[in-house]
Design a protein around this ligand. Sequence first.
Ligand SMILES: [Zn+2]
Length: 57
Amino acid sequence: MSNQHCPGFESNKTLQEIKVKCPKCGQEKELFSDELNKQVTCSGCGATYDPAANKVA
Ligand SMILES: [Zn+2]
């Protein structure tokens, strides 16, 4: 163990997986918590919606 100080890349963000549901057709979709502020396009019906307002509990 000699390389203790190797900055490299810090891809250790803790991203949470979040399940959301299309308000139109009910299709569920999983995304990461950093995508909650983007609009989601439903793969079922093509609608776009706000994932933060449509989380599945
Ligand atoms: Zn849909």
